[in-house]
Design a protein around this ligand. Structure first.
Ligand code: FES
Length: 111
């Protein structure tokens, strides 16, 4: 397990972007908390592969209801990463395996 951030770093709702080196590979991702649940995805929009954020750590829309890509405004469900609005409907963000333990969020080993 690799530490991503302390749980206290995340608002609820809120998001946090990270860049980690795992086994010599760069993993660019972000975590999102809503209603006490935490989810993580690669920071790569299924539309073009661009990073979603335009401000550091900002991955949610203004209401904190959906993940938003800043490039062409796609919106994704927080719980599943599925695109529900914008240029890539039905496509999904790639989920990353995480564990919340001892008030911190960890990235689990990638397959
Ligand atoms: S790159 Fe994300 S909506 Fe176009």
């Amino acid at each position: 397990m690799t530490l991503i951030c302390a749980l206290a770093r995340l608002s609820d709702p809120g998001s946090y972007g990270f860049s980690l080196q795992i086994g010599g590979q760069a993993v660019e991702g972000f975590v999102v908390q809503r209603d006490g649940e935490v989810f993580a995805y690669r920071n790569s929009c299924p539309h073009t592969g661009s990073p979603l954020d335009w401000v550091d750590h900002q991955f949610l829309d203004i209401e904190g209801a959906l993940i938003q890509c800043a490039v062409h405004d796609a919106r994704f469900l927080i719980e599943t990463g599925e695109c529900v609005f914008g240029p890539c409907p039905g496509q999904s963000l790639e989920a990353l395996p995480i564990r919340v333990k001892d008030d911190s969020v960890y990235l689990l080993s990638l397959a």
